[in-house]
Design a protein around this ligand. Structure first.
Ligand code: GAR
Length: 212
């Protein structure tokens, strides 16, 4: 079974879905460790409750991004991980680190990329008045939130929706789509070649799109 490391910084609700999906067999893989750059991230507790090894690598204790990433790399290697999942991991990664794990590292982002790269996506969607919103799962490349998108889940935004509603709606989408995409990756059905995504050997002309 493929060996997965998950990187988190916060609550870890996506991590929880991934843990549950590995346990149920929906994802045929093993989460061999969870890394957090935040010592108090609740995601660490979720991992401990599931008997998954954890490692805190507090970025504040490192002189720069590169030395922080040396430690992250060491842990990933120690755990012999083959797939790296960013699940609410809020650190920008250097090109050297990203390139090292090209095709092996994916991220979930709370917007319909390429729209709303970066932070505070829900607030920006509400400010703009968009009626469609969602989340994207993409391969990580050195351009922030700009790697090839594998899949997106879409929901509507109602005029009455506030920030809490929108956050909740999109989080629900994330919990649905992340385990699904990881199950495909774990089964070897998804690959990145150049900057193109392949599913079952066929190049995707656009991201897989799920309306919920
Ligand atoms: C999720 O909404 C995820 O998309 C977002 O952080 C949240 C983490 O929630 N990630 C980013 O914004 C990455 N740029 P969780 O800790 O409960 O999984």
């Amino acid at each position: 079974m493929i060996r997965i490391v998950v990187l988190v910084s916060g609550d870890g609700s996506n991590l929880q879905q991934l843990i549950d999906s590995c346990h149920s067999g929906r994802i045929r893989a093993q989460i061999v460790g969870v890394v957090s750059n935040e010592p108090n991230a609740y995601g660490l507790e979720r991992a401990r409750l599931a008997n998954i090894p954890t490692q805190v690598i507090n970025h504040r204790e490192y002189a720069d991004r590169a030395s922080f990433e040396v430690e992250v790399t060491r842990v990933i290697q120690e755990w012999k991980a083959e797939l790296i999942l960013l699940a609410g991991f809020m650190r920008v990664l250097t090109p050297a680190f990203v390139n090292r794990y090209s095709g092996q590292m994916i991220n979930i982002h709370p917007s319909l990329l390429p729209a709303y790269r970066g932070l505070n996506t829900h607030a920006r969607v509400l400010e703009t008045g968009d009626r469609m919103h969602g989340c994207s799962i993409h391969f990580v490349t050195s351009d922030l939130d700009a790697g090839a998108v594998i899949a997106q889940a879409v929901t509507n935004v109602l005029p009455t929706d506030d920030l809490a509603h929108v956050t909740q709606k999109v989080r629900k989408l994330e919990h649905h789509i992340y385990p699904l995409v990881v199950s495909w990756l774990a089964a070897g059905r998804i690959a990145l070649l150049g900057n193109k995504v392949y599913l079952d050997g066929q190049e995707l002309q656009s991201p897989i799109c799920i309306y919920l």
